[in-house]
Design a protein. Sequence first.
Length: 149
Amino acid sequence: MRNCRWSGTLGALLLASACGGDSPVAPGAGDDGGESVERTIKAQPSFAQDINEIFQRRGCANSGCHGTGAAGLTLTASATANHAALVGVQAAAEDFPLVAPNDAMNSYLLIRIEGRQSVGQRMPIGSSALDAIDQANIRNWIDNGAEAN
């Protein structure tokens, strides 16, 4: 009986660690919930294909979030409009730019995603934190100049 409890506990721990979402490669559902798409950490992610995709997949441009201009930031389905709304724009809540090219540590977007802000809550509010893949891709995009690519 004792061995049974131990193996059950070990199995639960292994399952929990496998589902943590911190691996460098993770499956992600498509926008329509259909076919699974492989997501990876990219050294030089594209804003249109990788970063804007995160905003769309996680619902950041929805009416319950920045689709209505929450916290002074309006996001849409347009990668061009979203890039213009983020890069070099001053944050409303704290004295940081939303995205400071080549400086992810001082970009308010990443500060809020990582939960390092002194005002408000970690983003996305009311939802699970972005996983390690999404956070790394946003960080890498910013640190590579935050280009509109």
